[in-house]
Structure formats: C-alpha cells, structure tokens
Design a protein around this ligand. Structure first.
Ligand code: PLP
Length: 369
C-alpha cells in the first residue's frame, strides 16, 4: 500500500531545473542578490499584484525576525496560540515578550476582541497568523492597532496567493511574511519573502537581510545574513511556471474531500467531522485541508484508522502554543478555544502529487463518519 503523507513537496521536471543551473554555471554568481533572486522577486510581486517590493529571505522565520527588527519591536507582542511554533519562537528570539490572545473558534484566526482585551501599556505589536491561508479579521485588527498605535505583523506563511476583498492579503498591516519552505504550497526548498507598504520599513528589510551593506564598505546599520541563494531562487522560478497546475490539482482534492465530509451531506446538527469556516471575501489557496472532530478521542481513533490504511494526516497545530510556556519560560495562561480546537483538529493529506487512487482512499475513510 503506497503511503499517503500529509504533504509532499512539489518537484518540477528535472530538466527545467537543470536549465537554470546552466545559467548559474555560466555566470558563476551563486548568491548575494543574483539575477535569479531578482527575477523571482519581480515575479512574486507581479503574481500578488503588489506595488511594494518583495524581499526574498533564506526562510520565513528569519523573515519574521527581520520584520520585527525593521519595525523596531522589542517589547510585548500579542500573538495567536493557534499557529506553528515559529510564530511564537521568532518574537522570543528577538527578545520580545509574548502574550497570547485566544482565537475565533470557527475561522481559527486570532480574535480581535481577545486581542484588545490583552493590550497593556507595554504592548508594541500584534503578530497574527492567516492560519491555513484563511485571512485574519484584517480590518478589525487594523482598527485596533491604529487606535492603540501598535504595529501589525502578519505571519502569512500559509497565505501564498490569497486575496481578501479582491486584493492580496499581504497588503494588510505593517508587514507580512510568506514562507517558501518545501512543505508549503509554493516553495524554494527553503525560503520566504517579506513585504511592507511603509517605504522606510521596506528599505530596512532590504538591507537587514544582507549584512546591512550600503555598497562595498559602507553600512546602513546592523544586518544579518538571511539571503536566498540562486539555487533556491531557481527552484522558485521553476515552480512558479507550474503554480496554476499545482493549485488546480489541490483544488480537485479539496473538492473531493468537501463532498465526502458529513457536514456537506446531511442536515444533522452534530457532525462527527466538520470543516473550518473560511472568511467571507477571501480566496482559498488550498494550502491545507483541516477537519475538526468532535473530541480528541474521536480524532485519536481516526488517526489509528487512517494509519492502518497507509494514510498519514498531521495534527496541525497541536499543542496550542500557550501550552509550550514551560519550554518558552513564559507565564502560562488558559486559552479555552485554541486548546479545544488544537485537541481535535487534523490536516488531511494534500499535495499535487496525490493521484486519484490516493484521493479515493482518503475519501473512503472520510465517508465512515
Ligand atoms: C512554516 C511556518 C513558519 C516558518 O517558515 P519557515 O520558512 O519554515 O522558516 C512560520 N509560521 C508558520 C505559520 C508556518 O507554517
């Protein structure tokens, strides 16, 4: 039985990557803002319909750290407990103090009302995740950060290509980071990009990722090394040529799962298995396919059954990040909604490489509910 994993990286045809390698060999320009990185930045900017520049970085986590640094955030950051661990670790790594605010139980994004209730005189920024590519309540968060004079940063690691109210979701807030890691929808093996519509912040991001260089021997300030290499950019350029096909394949799989979910088939109130709520006005990028069970024990039973059939879904995201307070040496705080969701959510296999037979095997399991 062929193993079906929660995700599989997309690989372009080998020859297409080799073609880019020939150019790299001819130029012998391997990193330091080479022509392929520049081309990728332009194409990502155009793809997202942005007017602000796109700054590629070595990975999304460094991108988040640079965004915090460029915005001058050093103190208290309010963030979501329902995300990947990097959303919490990056501000802590930057010396910030992290406070959690609970999530909306249907969209799973941070709840603006909970955010406002968590703000203190020490708060400097909100760091919110468009989790599973589902946009946060961006307008409400912007209203809060404007009212309190705070920075608004989006962890848009999952939000490649997502539009909200007809425009790229990356246009909201003061800065956004998209991850281009191998497991993401669109990738450069390792990589990411950051944007800010504030020209001064954007300029800082640009030099902070490459040691602060202002020409050869002058410096804008303290920088670090978060450069994307030409080899990574080449993977991005190859994959970008296949993005429509990747999205179409993922959509077909999601449509099949949608149809198989009991909540789509019956009018019973208590579904054993249900989908999350995608925010109105948002496009779906099919980055993940999360389903909610009614309880953790049902989820654990389901995992056993999936695995017995060679299917390996993943508990994204578990545990709720406020439960990691011991590792992070933070004060713990109960967050009922995020902890509840984290205990009973499962991401189903979703990758362009899963064939019809694979999809049918997952669907057969879903139909048991
Ligand atoms: C993947 C991910 C990151 C980290 O991105 P990297 O490119 O792997 O460093 C941050 N936040 C979220 C929500 C992620 O899923």
């Amino acid at each position: 039985m062929k193993r079906i994993n929660v995700t599989e990286p997309f690989l372009p045809p080998f020859e297409e990557y080799v073609d880019y390698m020939k150019g790299i060999w001819e130029r012998n320009w391997l990193t330091n803002q080479g022509p392929l990185v520049q081309e990728l930045e332009q194409k990502l900017q155009a793809y997202h319909g942005l007017t602000m520049p796109v700054h590629c970085v070595a990975n999304g986590s460094l991108g988040l750290q640079i965004a915090l640094k460029a915005l001058g955030i050093k103190g208290e950051v309010i963030t979501t407990p329902f995300s990947y661990v990097a959303t919490t670790a990056c501000p802590i790594w930057e010396g910030c103090t992290v406070k959690f605010a609970d999530i909306e139980p249907d969209t799973l994004t941070i709840d603006p009302k909970a955010v406002e209730a968590t703000i203190t005189s020490q708060t400097e920024a909100i760091l919110a995740t468009h989790v599973f590519g589902n946009p946060c309540d961006c307008e409400a968060l912007e209203a809060i950060t404007n009212k309190h004079g705070l920075a608004l940063i989006f962890d848009a690691a999952h939000a490649f290509g997502v539009t909200f109210n007809g425009k790229s979701v990356l246009g909201y807030g003061d800065a956004s980071m998209v991850s281009l890691h191998a497991t993401k929808l669109f990738h450069t093996v390792e990589g990411g990009f950051i944007v800010s519509k504030d020209a001064a912040v954007s300029e800082k991001m640009e030099w902070m990722r490459r040691f602060g260089h202002k020409g050869q021997d002058e410096f804008h300030g303290v920088g670090m090394n978060a450069k994307l290499s030409e080899f990574h950019a080449a993977m991005g350029l190859c994959n970008l040529n296949h993005i429509d096909e990747i999205l179409e394949k993922r959509k077909v799989i999601c449509d099949a799962y949608d149809k198989a979910l009991p909540s789509h088939q019956s009018s019973a109130i208590n579904y054993q298995l249900s989908s999350i709520v995608y925010r109105k006005g948002a496009s779906r990028n099919y980055a993940y396919y999360p389903v909610l069970f009614q309880s953790e024990s049902e989820l654990l039973d389901a995992i056993v059954r999936f695995e017995a059939n060679g299917i390996y879904p993943s508990r994204y995201f578990y545990p709720s990040l406020n439960r990691l307070t011991k590792s992070f040496k933070m004060q713990s705080r109960e967050l009922a909604l995020s902890e509840n969701v984290a205990s009973r959510i499962l991401c189903l296999p979703l990758a362009a490489s899963i064939d019809d037979v694979g999809v049918e095997r997952v669907v057969r399991q879903l139909k048991r509910y």
